[in-house]
Write a protein that binds this ligand. Structure first.
Ligand SMILES: Nc1nc2c(ncn2[C@@H]2O[C@H](COP(=O)(O)OP(=O)(O)O)[C@@H](O)[C@H]2O)c(=O)[nH]1
Ligand SMILES: [Mg+2]
Length: 252
């Protein structure tokens, strides 16, 4: 078979699996560490470790600077959510390119930072409207709230010598108020006083800063702007968090 015939036959077969994200939606990607329960077990403080969190925020910063136009990124636990800028059209939003490049960039970056080969999976979520954008981020933040309270209770009991089965059984079906009281009265941990990043996560966003400078050729004073990454680790919660996320869509 001559090359041109083979090339066109094989490309047709390959392209049959190519999907595109629809244009009329807000595109979100979520990356999640693969097998991180096991990976974190031996390498990091339980339930939360600032070094692990730093690797996650650095990986998020990397994802926001690696060639896509990302409006905001949110990280909690071992996951990262990226909200694409409505104007982004990288790779024509071909799913296989977005999925593989984002997962590859996150896996490579985190592995180098942590010194251990790890990987992230990635999914794409086409959100149909602004309300779904609000709901999506409120959902991921609420997931953290629940997990952080559970994890603090669970590991306080384990560190106190309780078996994993007993600790899980005590927490099963209990309301948040019970868990907050248990932490405070039995273990002296005030849930409200724990660091915000452990309970609400972190948002990274672009900010345009204005600077005064000098034109090197003419010596004239000039004002210039630069797009920089900022982080917010004191996030609002619930409905207010959803509205905070929407404010970025309205600004841009
Ligand atoms: N030790 C430690 N573990 C963490 C930290 N942040 C997230 N994790 C763990 O990462 C895991 C994330 O959950 P999940 O994605 O469902 O588990 P996976 O499927 O094994 O990756 C949980 O077991 C968390 O306890 C941290 O700061 N320290
Ligand atoms: Mg995971």
């Amino acid at each position: 078979m001559i090359f041109e015939e083979l090339d066109s036959k094989m490309r047709r077969i390959e392209k049959a699996q190519d999907n595109l994200i629809p244009k009329n939606c807000f595109l979100c990607a979520r990356l999640d560490g693969r097998g991180f329960s096991r990976f974190t077990e031996d390498n990091f403080e339980k339930p939360y470790d600032f070094r692990f969190y730093r690797y996650m925020t650095e990986t998020l910063t990397h994802l926001m600077s690696c060639g896509f136009n990302i409006l905001i990124g949110y990280t909690q636990s071992d996951e990262i959510s990226l909200l694409f800028h409505p104007a982004d059209d990288t790779y024509n939003h071909k799913t296989r390119k977005l999925l593989s490049v984002l997962a590859g960039e996150a896996s490579g970056f985190f592995s180098i930072r942590s010194g251990t080969p790890v990987s992230f999976d990635c999914r794409l979520i086409p959100l149909p409207d602004e309300q779904s954008v609000k709901d999506y981020f409120a959902w991921r933040q609420e997931d953290l709230h629940r997990n952080s309270l559970d994890s603090y209770c669970y590991y306080a009991m384990i560190k106190d010598g309780m078996s994993r089965t007993d600790a899980a059984e005590i927490l099963s079906g209990k309301k948040p108020d019970y868990k907050i009281k248990l932490l405070s009265e039995e273990y002296g941990i005030k849930y409200d006083s724990l660091p915000d990043w452990q309970k609400s996560g972190c948002i990274i966003y672009h900010k345009t800063e204005t600077y005064n400078g000098t034109n090197k050729k003419t010596g004239e004073p000039v004002i210039y702007t630069r797009r920089e990454l900022e982080r917010n680790e004191q996030l609002p919660t619930g409905e207010a968090f959803g509205n905070y996320i929407l404010s970025f869509l309205k600004e841009n």
